[in-house]
Design a protein around this ligand. Structure first.
Ligand code: HEC
Length: 281
């Protein structure tokens, strides 16, 4: 095992903050210009440390991705015991030096996580491999990256998140949606004014492409429907598949994140009420 890097969730955050990898800009850029023709295979490995009675396994054993391409994969976790347990995941990337090119957008590995007794969930991970990988002489000849997670029983179970949020019938979490909005939308959108993207307050129930003073693509100008939670879900999953010619370069691949984002947007008025702006972090 020597030669591997193990990041705790806290270290990972510090690492991201220090390097900018996995940061907002990186996440946004990832889905726009830079999808390369070069591919790499990412293999998944899942382990449970002694002392935690969970079963944990990747749903997909390995996937081949283009550099810069976002990919959604799932891991399955089941608490085999009676009692609810809190655990946290650490991860290793091999070869070690490829770790800096491996970016996670959605992961169960950012938090302490709780699973109720006998509960089983499929957890989404959204990641991409930075196209800069291709330019690093150290990465020459590397065609396989192994991503390995280990779940440990948590020493600090306070403030754990509930993995039941990934169950299909879980209620949406607007507060988490607000966090996601800050991370993944606010570079281009605000609820109360146009930025690079149109203002989004009051978008649920609004006609598509209707904000005055915003220069939409012809595709959005010519589209004709009212934004509903269902159409927003399709848009966020892949804007340009939903409305060909749309110019929004961002996708939210995992359904739980889309559900939370839409729940947050649903609560935002068109900006004329102070409540919408005041509730931003
Ligand atoms: C990199 C910039 C960028 C980011 C980040 C971004 N968007 Fe957009 N968004 C746009 C642009 C540009 C448009 C206008 C698209 C067009 O005219 O084709 C748009 C349009 C939209 C619309 C249509 C609004 C209308 O008036 O019809 C919605 C809804 C939307 N974005 C939601 C989101 C959400 C939610 C997020 C965060 C997950 C997000 N966007 C992230 C750039 C962005």
């Amino acid at each position: 095992m020597s030669g591997m890097v193990a990041y705790s969730p806290t270290l990972y955050r510090m690492f991201c903050a220090a390097t900018g990898y996995g940061g907002t800009t990186q996440r946004v850029v990832a889905d726009s210009a830079v999808v390369s023709s070069q591919t790499v295979t990412v293999e998944f490995d899942a382990n449970v440390a002694p002392g935690l009675n969970w079963r944990f396994a990747p749903v997909d054993r390995a996937v081949t991705v283009h550099l810069g391409e976002q990919r959604l994969v799932y891991f399955n976790a089941k608490n085999l015991g009676e009692a609810s347990e809190v655990a946290h995941a650490t991860f290793n990337v091999t070869p070690q030096t490829s770790g800096i090119y491996f970016n996670k957008i959605q992961c169960f590995c950012f938090n302490e996580e709780r699973l109720d007794g006998h509960q089983s969930v499929e957890m989404p991970v959204v990641f991409y491999v930075d196209p800069a990988f291709a330019k690093d002489p150290e990465m020459r000849g590397v065609s396989l990256i192994t991503l390995s997670y280990t779940f440990f029983r948590s020493a600090n179970p306070k403030d754990a998140r509930d993995l039941s949020r990934f169950l299909a019938d879980a209620p949406p979490d607007a507060a988490h949606g607000q966090m996601l909005f800050a991370e993944r939308c606010s570079a281009c959108h605000a609820v109360d004014r146009n930025m690079l993207g149109p203002k989004l307050g009051g978008v649920v129930g609004r006609r598509v492409g209707m904000i005055a003073g915003y220069n939409y693509s012809a595709a959005l100008k010519n589209a004709d429907f009212i934004w509903s939670t269902a159409s927003l879900d399709r848009w966020l999953a892949d804007p340009r598949a939903f409305i060909p010619g749309a110019k929004m370069p961002v996708r939210v691949l995992d359904a739980p994140s889309r559900k939370d984002l839409i729940a947050y947007l649903q609560k935002q008025s068109d900006g004329s009420e102070p409540k919408a702006a005041a509730s931003r972090p």
